[in-house]
Design a protein around this ligand. Sequence first.
Ligand code: IPD
Ligand code: CA
Ligand code: CA
Ligand code: CA
Length: 283
Amino acid sequence: MDLDVEALRDAVIDVALRGGEMLRQRFGSASRVRTKSSRYDLVTEADEAIEAELTAYVRRQFPDHAVVGEEDVSRRVLSGQAASRQGAVAQAAEGREWEWLIDPIDGTTNFIHGLPIVATSVAVMYRDEVLAGAVFNPMQDELFVAVRRHGATLNGRPLRVSTEEVLAESLLATGFQYDAVEGRRLNVELFRVVLNEARNVRAIGSAALSLCYVGAGRLSGFWELRLGPWDLAAGALVVREAGGRLSRLDGSPFDIWQPSVVATNGRIHDQLVALLRQASAGA
Ligand code: IPD
Ligand code: CA
Ligand code: CA
Ligand code: CA
């Protein structure tokens, strides 16, 4: 490895702040809004400009690192250059040991509507392990950072997950995927079932920030059915380093390359997974 802990932390922070600054400048004036895989799956000039800038920036500093960005992966799939999203990610990763995952704007729909729940999410991996991640919401000046085995922070202050023990006292969140209407319908059913048991359920429109809010103890848990590695990598490390627990929807081990996630304070994890499994089976 050619980077120590401090260098890794500084590098992810630097890239996330740079992206967030560009996002802040463009907030309130989304331009060139287009659709990708479905009518819900949107991209703007800002998503592309921020990703292009961050990709070039990382490559200048680390010429032997690969950069995997959401919009680059989408372009490879939409142009037919890659047959699937996994194929496109593998193309972009070029088999390199060091890999950056970049989501230039997590919360594009919020960005388009002027809802200030938006973030730039950046993670760096070595041999398939996420070592550091940063999620920056420039509209609220909140910078979440996690470094593997070195904890998670919000604007420099250490983070810890919440302490709720039961769903009845838990504030949860989910997200509704952009790609297919069937997946959204299934999650409406899961939402309904979980809402009956929990204190309340939110859908804030940014998976990366939802994960960070679990790490910060603002949410007791979060689940979503279909996310990409750029949505998950940094936020999941924040959850883990803040003492939380992660799995896939069926309770099996969490993996950023698999689409589903359940992230909690740990104490309610088994209850939430059991409920989601039961609701999925009945849907
Ligand atoms: C989306 C957001 C949203 C989630 C979607 C993601 P994007 O990312 O995280 O909250 O529900 O599944 O695709 O497209 O805004 O970067
Ligand atoms: Ca997107
Ligand atoms: Ca995203
Ligand atoms: Ca995005």
